[in-house]
Design a protein around this ligand. Structure first.
Ligand SMILES: Nc1ncnc2c1ncn2[C@@H]1O[C@H](COP(=O)(O)OP(=O)(O)OP(=O)(O)O)[C@@H](O)[C@H]1O
Length: 369
């Protein structure tokens, strides 16, 4: 049985419904990450699970029991916010001990648990310090410590790394992943950063405008996005999209033509498509290889920008078919200059194809990809 289940959950603020029929199972031990653009409803769903917002309709179950009306304090959850929410006048020890004190736990248990948490989080040397003397990363660790001492059934994280600088974000992200493994805890984690989502999640939930678009393991969503939205949201730089027309189709391949007249052979099950249908071809920047001349499966374009990143180079290429310009990730030693005409080749099984409703055609991938 899943630890947390959402069934047909809707949430309205006044007359406006912002969360629409969300169904989701969060299994024990999952690190379930909600990801999606600003305003898609990530925090609202987290707050519904926490009991900080009232559910308009649907059922929220925890451990098999319906908890829609259960107050937050009775849900066995701990929440960690972006803003840390530490008490400025209390030292680190008292901040971490606060919840247990309120719960009137014996002093020996409080000492034991706070020491255990501060060991795990590397806070032993700071137990007497006040929050204002700590760095952002240390403060967030105290907030996490305060959450773990309570040993809840479920941890909820709302963009906990947003206030940290880039280096600290990576470090704290690793610490959260390690903590998740050490504790075997069930966690729900909200972020708008798809890299954070990919690296942390055991299960990723992609949301758009209050609806779940796709749920799955990060690499499954990366390899087999169910639609153009998920394909464009996961991956950095994002997937390139080209406007194409279907010329031929069978159960193993779609042959499409781009706006330059180049043919692309795409390894997908394409029997449901109609000849002449306008489609979108997707290809990730790392799947484009520089070649000398145009053949089938190449994209022709003119270099608009060259970004040399050290170990690799990104080229931004203007093409006739791409909805935006195309980005290709190429080896650092490639000799390319602004204004060059380039040909970028794609293997048939590296393409994605989306129908006129932006739904993905089933990809036929070889085992190694
Ligand atoms: N208390 C509220 N009253 C009215 N509308 C609200 C309230 N809280 C959230 N909303 C609306 O619900 C929608 C989802 O908001 P939510 O904060 O959950 O998005 P989000 O995905 O977490 O966004 P962000 O990444 O920007 O934090 C938005 O349109 C927001 O304006």
């Amino acid at each position: 049985m899943a630890q947390v289940t959402l069934r047909n959950i809707c949430k309205s603020f006044g007359d406006i419904e912002t969360i629409h029929n969300v169904d989701l199972d969060i299994e024990k031990g999952d690190l379930c990450v909600f990801v999606g653009p600003s305003g898609c409803g990530k925090s609202t769903i987290l707050r519904l699970i926490a009991g900080l917002e009232e559910i308009t309709s649907g059922d929220l179950n925890m451990g098999g029991v319906r908890v829609n009306e259960l107050p937050p304090a009775e849900r066995s959850i701990s929440m960690v916010f972006q803003s840390y929410a530490l008490y400025p006048h209390m030292d680190v020890f008292r901040n971490m001990a606060f919840g247990l004190k309120i719960a009137k736990r014996p002093t020996s248990e409080i000492n034991e648990k706070v020491n255990w948490a501060s060991n795990i989080l590397g806070l032993n040397s700071y137990l007497d310090a006040k929050p204002k003397s700590l760095s952002g990363g240390q403060r967030q660790r105290v907030a996490i410590g305060r959450a773990i001492v309570r040993n809840p059934d479920l941890f909820l994280f709302d963009e906990p790394l947003s206030n940290l600088d880039a280096a600290l974000r990576v470090q704290t992200r690793m610490e959260i992943a390690q903590l998740h493994r050490k504790l075997g805890a069930t966690m729900v984690y909200v972020t708008h950063d798809q890299v954070e989502a990919m690296t942390l999640a055991t299960r990723m939930v992609v949301l758009r405008a209050g609806r779940v678009e796709q749920v799955g393991k990060p690499m499954d969503l990366f390899r087999r996005p169910c639609n153009k939205f998920v394909a464009g949201f996961i991956g950095s730089p994002k997937m390139n999209f080209l406007k194409v027309t279907l010329m031929r189709a069978n159960e193993k391949e779609a042959m499409v033509r781009d706006e330059d007249g180049t043919l692309h052979h795409v390894s997908v099950e394409a029997t449901k498509l109609s000849l002449g249908e306008k489609l979108t071809l997707g290809v990730r920047p790392e799947r484009l290889d520089l070649v000398d001349s145009a053949t089938d499966n190449t994209i022709k374009g003119c270099i608009l920008m060259v970004e040399r990143l050290g170990d690799q180079t990104l080229i931004h290429v203007k093409t006739s078919s791409s909805t935006d310009h195309c980005i290709a990730r190429i080896p650092a030693e490639s000799k390319v200059e602004l204004g060059d005409t380039v040909y970028l080749k794609v293997k048939s099984h590296h393409y994605h194809l989306f129908d006129k409703d932006e739904q993905a055609c089933h990809r036929l991938l070889p085992d190694e990809t």
